[in-house]
Design a protein around this ligand. Structure first.
Ligand SMILES: *[C@@H]1O[C@H](CO)[C@@H](O)[C@H](O)[C@H]1NC(C)=O
Ligand SMILES: *[C@@H]1O[C@H](CO)[C@@H](O)[C@H](O)[C@H]1NC(C)=O
Ligand SMILES: *[C@@H]1O[C@H](CO)[C@@H](O)[C@H](O)[C@H]1NC(C)=O
Ligand SMILES: *[C@@H]1O[C@H](CO)[C@@H](O)[C@H](O)[C@H]1NC(C)=O
Ligand SMILES: *[C@@H]1O[C@H](CO)[C@@H](O)[C@H](O)[C@H]1NC(C)=O
Ligand SMILES: *[C@@H]1O[C@H](CO)[C@@H](O)[C@H](O)[C@H]1NC(C)=O
Ligand SMILES: *[C@@H]1O[C@H](CO)[C@@H](O)[C@H](O)[C@H]1NC(C)=O
Ligand SMILES: *[C@@H]1O[C@H](CO)[C@@H](O)[C@H](O)[C@H]1NC(C)=O
Ligand SMILES: *[C@@H]1O[C@H](CO)[C@@H](O)[C@H](O)[C@H]1NC(C)=O
Ligand SMILES: *[C@@H]1O[C@H](CO)[C@@H](O)[C@H](O)[C@H]1NC(C)=O
Ligand SMILES: *[C@@H]1O[C@H](CO)[C@@H](O)[C@H](O)[C@H]1NC(C)=O
Ligand SMILES: *[C@@H]1O[C@H](CO)[C@@H](O)[C@H](O)[C@H]1NC(C)=O
Length: 423
């Protein structure tokens, strides 16, 4: 009951704020900046209407704020200066470990042999790595995630940290279409542009760039603090094979990423979005390299991690707070062990992640059963440059209100039922 009334109050406040925004000409501006300005309160209100994590938001928020206050309390300096992740596609753990090219690459880093994707198929995993939840998205379709949904980009910017998403074959900076270069670039593998807080914001969209910029950014010392790199559909293995992806990766490490100065200050995570067979546990080959202790090269770390660990690790490293979703769930978001040890962060001990979940279920959430562009149209309705199909402002607030009410009720009813499925 208590949690239901909190949800309703939040919903009313949100309706009021949506209604207020509808009278301005820049809905996205106000909602984005309200998310960014105070991460503690905005995290709560965002999770309250996010049915993928609602029943647990109070617990997870308090757990994680305790955890982050202990690390920020010690005001330890960051363990790593920069974080970069590279995502490959659709390969099972065993396939990668048996291929010589991955074995060779693993000698340069720490193999994380107990790491899981969070669901199937691709797109919800990329979203989860930025938002701490798949937000109820269970397929690879065209989505606009509403600008009021918080993400890692808000947390980073709140701390004055810079980020960029390098996309191979994206036709232009900030490109928002579904496909580029005949599908060599795909929006579903782009973890930033999908968020309207990025895709519809011309300042932030400048951070979604063609991957060819990386080499010049490294040479110029201009690579930002947080980086996501998506190879094209051939290089990432999606339209080819794990072996092709491994050979591309080896070449990439030997060329673009061979700058030792850059590597020494950058913790590099290489992982796969998901494994292939839905009936098997969703374990993915994952490697940490670059700014790791040199005595840990060519070792294995058996700690249980998920894609949320890439969020919790940077959140702890920089004292960012958290999004109150999977990133704040202690079970699902262990911090990379060597980092955790240096900041005295206590991980949970789970020998085999498949005992927690097979991570092969679809997960309900904010976007469940929304038509692809429904939220886009809704968020664009207050914009002066709307498409012409935008409903009148009053009609729009009414439908916002009914969406909220429906989802708040669904959250409270479904919360307990889905608690064990929340990933
Ligand atoms: C766009 O993003 C920038 C940088 O985060 C932010 O300062 C600005 O308020 C955002 N603008 C809108 C229209 O949301
Ligand atoms: C954390 O995730 C686990 C595994 O999915 C789940 O059982 C648990 O309810 C979650 N905890 C919270 C506080 O959400
Ligand atoms: C998926 O991961 C499980 C557990 O690591 C593994 O047994 C299985 O072979 C993987 N992939 C496929 C294609 O079956
Ligand atoms: C896309 O495919 C068409 C037809 O095969 C081809 O003419 C065109 O050059 C391709 N475009 C790109 C950017 O590769
Ligand atoms: C993917 O990128 C590689 C260069 O890394 C290029 O040779 C290849 O043509 C690209 N694939 C497609 C389908 O465009
Ligand atoms: C290597 O990386 C550093 C840091 O990004 C940069 O300052 C330097 O110019 C790079 N060296 C070369 C040869 O690109
Ligand atoms: C990368 O460099 C290593 C060592 O110099 C070499 O053994 C390997 O063949 C190279 N791989 C590629 C794909 O160029
Ligand atoms: C997840 O894996 C279990 C165990 O193999 C299987 O019974 C179940 O059908 C799978 N779920 C999905 C959605 O594929
Ligand atoms: C990595 O470790 C294996 C044994 O675990 C060993 O055979 C191999 O020589 C090591 N490679 C390097 C580069 O140290
Ligand atoms: C990971 O590797 C260690 C040995 O380095 C092993 O003890 C452990 O069982 C492995 N974990 C999994 C989930 O296979
Ligand atoms: C959604 O909007 C995008 C961009 O306007 C468009 O390319 C796409 O076709 C739309 N998808 C659907 C299902 O309406
Ligand atoms: C976020 O935006 C969506 C789409 O405009 C809207 O349906 C939802 O009510 C908003 N949520 C909050 C908490 O403002």
């Amino acid at each position: 009951m208590r949690s239901l009334s909190i949800i309703c109050l939040t919903a009313l406040a949100a309706v009021a704020s949506v209604a207020a925004q509808d009278t301005t000409s820049s809905t996205t501006t106000s909602s984005t900046s309200s998310v960014s300005s105070t991460s503690a309160s905005s995290t709560e209100s965002t999770s309250s209407t996010d049915s993928s994590s609602d029943s647990s938001s109070a617990t997870s928020t308090s757990t994680s704020s305790a955890a982050s206050s202990s690390s920020t309390g010690s005001s330890s300096s960051p363990v790593f200066k920069r974080f970069m992740q590279i995502w490959l596609e659709n390969t099972d753990y065993e396939t990668a470990t048996t291929l010589p090219v991955y074995q060779q690459i693993a000698e340069q880093g720490i193999l994380l042999n107990n790491t899981y994707a969070v669901t199937h198929p691709s797109e919800p995993n990329y979203i989860a790595a930025a938002a701490g939840s798949n937000l109820g998205i269970t397929d690879d379709a065209y989505y606009n995630i509403p600008a009021n949904v918080s993400s890692i980009y808000d947390l980073l910017e709140d701390k004055g940290l810079k980020w960029k998403v390098y996309q191979e074959d994206i036709p232009s900076v900030g490109y928002t279409d579904f496909l580029g270069h005949n599908g060599s670039y795909v929006r579903k593998h782009d973890p930033a542009i999908i968020f309207d807080s990025v895709g519809l914001n011309q300042t932030r969209a400048q951070n979604v760039v063609p991957a060819t910029q990386l080499a010049s950014d490294i040479a110029a010392g201009l690579v930002p603090d947080w980086v996501f790199y998506t190879p094209n559909m051939t290089n990432d293995g999606h339209d080819s094979s794990a072996e092709v992806a491994g050979n591309w990766l080896a070449g990439f490490l030997n060329t673009t990423l061979s700058n030792q100065t850059f590597l020494q200050e950058t913790l590099v995570l290489i992982t796969f979005d998901e494994n292939e067979t839905y009936a098997k546990a969703n374990r993915v080959w994952t490697l940490l390299m670059g700014a790791i202790p040199s005595n840990l090269k060519n070792t294995t770390d058996p700690t249980f991690y998920t894609h949320y660990s890439s969020l919790s690790t940077v959140e702890q490293n920089w004292g960012l707070g958290n999004l109150g979703r999977g990133d704040a769930n202690k079970t699902l978001a262990n911090v990379y062990d060597f980092v955790a040890k240096q900041i005295n962060y206590q991980n949970v001990n789970i020998a085999n992640g498949s005992s927690v979940s097979f991570f092969n279920e679809t997960i309900d959430g904010l976007m469940t059963n929304k038509s692809y562009n429904a939220t886009h149209q809704s968020s664009a309705s207050g914009s002066a440059s709307g498409s012409g199909s935008a409903p009148a402002a009053s009609g729009s607030s009414t439908s916002d209100a009914s969406i909220l009410t429906t989802s708040a009720v669904a959250v409270s009813v479904a919360g307990a039922v889905f608690a064990s499925l929340i990933l």
